[in-house]
Design a protein around this ligand. Sequence first.
Ligand code: NAD
Length: 354
Amino acid sequence: MVIKVARTVPASQTIRLHDWETGLDGVIVIHSTALGPGAGGCRFWHYPDAEHAFADASRLAEGMSFKNAMAGLPFGGAKAVILQPAGSFERSALFRAFGRAVEALDGQYVTAEDVGTTVADMEEVSGVTRHVAGLSVATGRAGGDPSPWTALGVFESMQAAARVALGTDLKGLTVAVQGTGNVGANLCRRLADAGARLVIADVAPERRNRLEKILDALVVDVADIASVNCDIFAPCALGGSLTLDSVAAMKAKLVCGGANNQLATPEVAGALLDRGIAYVPDYVANAGGIISVSAEYLGEDQATVSERVALIGPRVAALLGEAAHTGLSPALVADRMAEEIMQAGVVKKHETIF
Ligand code: NAD
């Protein structure tokens, strides 16, 4: 069976970023402001050209609209992508130039960290605009690096999904983690504490090697991680790792990870369903980071972030239950719910979204 996840919420605004002086080259895409200002991180990555960066930003911005809606946040979806300059450049000047572009949007876009950007980068951005989060903050307030919250939400999603789809807790299960960066490494530590066995892969040797030693993880080649013998596959690197080919070779019975845009094409959701592999939609599992970022922007406290992140697990359980009941892929069920929320134009209370 092939199920297309047809998304109908249209893109609203694309802002091309170009600053010769600092080398800033990139794009901000605001996908939807139906629920509030477009919120989504800033990715700093190598791209062959601006076209590829734009395509990535567009997909990521769309994902943020769905993620924010599903998490019950009063924000639309947006994303910034900056191409890493080929030659030498001054990082602080480049991020200040990016901050000026954010400021020019006058609050329509709120930025934060993503792959390749750090708290220090966002501190630079905050020197020229207040429409930024992911900054270091006082104890008790929401804020700082969002990745631990993302990892917590993914862990709780996995725990809930394992109970629903595999009928067991994580103890004794084998989890293959693709990408052991900020989110992946934190997730691995939580999984080890829960008694899971780990298989890991990362293109950066220093990132996987330190975990191999600390957590007694089995390291495999990046080309093999999606098809190793395991119970759960956790994509925590870049997007697109779930393809028709990788799903055909997969041994895992559940996919749940932190990476954005895991499905390379919409058809992959149907392929997972056909193979009986349960799938936790990426933007439902990895909402912890944006929950922290949005709370910081709104001046809320850490307890509020904890409460909202704690809702992710039950939301996943309900979503998988609904998918099983209807026979639809969890990706399609989640997309339909998020679209309904966006089209209604208001977020319901957090408790009422699943
Ligand atoms: P990161 O840059 O810290 O980690 C990514 C890791 O993946 C790096 O160690 C990198 O070397 C590795 N990697 C890249 N390509 C790989 C490949 N082909 N195979 C194996 N490893 C590979 O980024 P992060 O903050 O941990 O984010 C990871 C993913 O989670 C991204 O897709 C990001 O968009 C998503 N995400 C992150 C957050 C957050 O709070 N940081 C929130 C939501 C979603």
